[in-house]
Ligand binder design. Sequence first.
Ligand code: ASP
Length: 313
Amino acid sequence: MTDATARHPRWSLALHGGAGSMTPDILGPEMQDAYRDALGTALDAGTAVLRRGGSALDAVEAAVMALEDDPLFNAGRGAVFTFEGKNELDAAIMDGATLSAGSATGLLRTKNPVRAARAVMEETLHVMLANDGANRFAEEQGIEQVDPAYFATAERRRQWEEFSQKKDAWFDTDLKYGTVGAVARDADGHVAAATSTGGLTGKRWGRVGDSPVIGAGTYADDRSCAISATGTGETFIELAAGHEIGARMRMLNETVEEAVAAVLTELGAKGGNGGVIYAGADGTTGFAFNTPGMYRARADADGMRETAIFAGE
Ligand code: ASP
């Protein structure tokens, strides 16, 4: 399903809280309201930045931090459990104006992983820090650290226990992706993207998904668009999905909708599931996914404000 606006507002923001198998039967009215409220809170955090003339980069960071703080989503508090029963967090951020990016994987104590990703971008000469080093770096930067127990919720533990019974599973493939992300275009015409995740339930051996891989689950380029993905990370990495969408726009002159649709078709053909959110350099925002639903929201300077969960909403 794709859904886009053809208008070109001064600023715009779109965010997601993961794509998955949610249908109105599975997700009752109370949970739907809880998700819509949480998406609305994150939308407000991001749009407040853009409304006062702030940058797309600050806006996506603010929106993602709000989603990381909410235990409903698989990022920050509420992250899924690894094979060993821990929470290992990954995040990335990218500035479309400069093509600068930062990412951190395997964070264990950083309350808001997207802040660590931003610090990698701004305070180091590197793009990606992993595991022990990433943890030490976040601490040295004075980014808020918490007891690992902060991230664990009863529901995620239950999902992990359910997963642990399935002896032969690589990781949870139940189409329950709760990764969060945001994309924005600011009043100066710059785009940015950020994504944060706990990865997939049951991941092991230091598995890293697409979210912190620049060009896969996170990408931003003022010449094309900003992208944040959610779904089967391995397939997004193999397709270099985020970069591929921008490249199609630049080299094939496709619109953002066309480029996104083409890459999602390739994703599906490879057996991948999930979707992307996008903010075009012209302010176009939209969502595209091949799952029954995606927690999503968007707003722009012209007063558009939407939250949605199921396909077709
Ligand atoms: N894409 C994420 C990963 O593979 C999972 C998700 O979207 O929830 O780590």
